[in-house]
Design a protein around this ligand. Structure first.
Ligand SMILES: [Zn+2]
Length: 155
């Protein structure tokens, strides 16, 4: 998403963990410990990827997006489908997204990325577009601004 900001990427940490696993310094049981909640979130809200699990290579990784922020109230900490995030980003000023990768075969899981979304991240032009889309969706001002101005002038 174009409006992502304060993006933190955890691929370096992930590589370090995987190195330890492949060296045998860390057991797979220690890193393949996805909770039943995380596995369920992956199943119902996860985004499947083309990337093979780096541990078991049996299954592709699934990305789970968790949302956090004061404005979310009781929804804070919930997993959401990726497609729901742009809608939230239009309505909320700011919220955090934590992306966790999970293997549904071996339960490998790792924080992949975190970032901030929300209206505060939009430029003035993008806000105009969002509002145009929102008002069109609401059935108002279907015409362009130009034609409605012309109509006003005729009155
Ligand atoms: Zn796996």
């Amino acid at each position: 998403m174009r409006t992502q900001r304060q993006v933190v990427d955890y691929s370096l940490q992930k590589r370090a963990v995987l190195r330890d696993v492949h060296n045998g310094r860390v057991g797979t049981l220690e890193v393949c410990d996805a909770s039943p909640y995380l596995k369920n979130a992956a199943r119902f809200h996860g985004e499947s990827t083309d990337e093979r699990c780096p541990v078991c290579r049996q299954d592709n990784l699934t990305l789970v997006h968790y949302i956090y922020g004061d404005e979310l109230k009781q929804s804070a900490g919930q997993a959401r489908k990726l497609a729901e995030l742009p809608v939230l980003a239009m309505t909320l000023r700011e919220f955090q997204v934590f992306v966790v990768e999970v293997c549904r075969s071996c339960a490998w899981n790792h924080l992949a990325q975190q970032y901030v979304l929300g209206r505060d991240a939009l430029t003035a032009d993008e806000l105009d577009q969002v509002e145009a889309v929102a008002s069109a969706a609401a059935g108002r001002h279907r015409e362009t601004g130009l034609s409605s101005q012309r109509r006003e002038g005729r009155r």
